[in-house]
Design a protein around this ligand. Sequence first.
Ligand code: S3P
Length: 178
Amino acid sequence: MQLRQQGKLILVGFMGTGKSSVGSRLAERLGWPLIDSDAAIVRDQNRDISSIFATDGETAFREIESRVLASLLKTPDCAVVSTGGGAVLKEENRKLMRKTGIVVALKASPERIVSRVLQDESRPLLDGDVRGRVYRLIEERKHAYDFAHFTLDTTEMSVDDVAAAILSMTNHVAKENT
Ligand code: S3P
């Protein structure tokens, strides 16, 4: 089976592991569109992620996230899909992702994550004590990304190297499954 027939290349991982930048590099290299689930939520709701959390709360956000993700994954077209860090928390989402494409989990060291997310105020779950929240959430989610077909630690890697490694892993799968 070829990656192309697999339909979607889906990136999951904690905030700040590089899903968006790696996703756009992969999309460029494959000539596929990049679908970003957070951006799709913002379009669907016509408000930003922080406002959804502030007004409706996390539970409501998770419902919206699952609905939007399901509709993005329903299309038969090939695409690279970059997901929000908490999209893996619901089992229905995990099952759907594995069924619809090749799922790659990106990891990074907590300190690298902290340095990547520190300046960005768009993540409501990290408001306030960023370092403390990153460490607590990483601990809470330590097995949340284990369902992926592949896991890659991006701590010491450039975006280009991560994209190349993912393409080589997924081609390998494509060959093994032929
Ligand atoms: C979240 C991650 C964010 C966004 C929301 C919640 C999470 O996406 O979906 O702030 O629960 O990990 P990124 O992983 O793209 O930052």
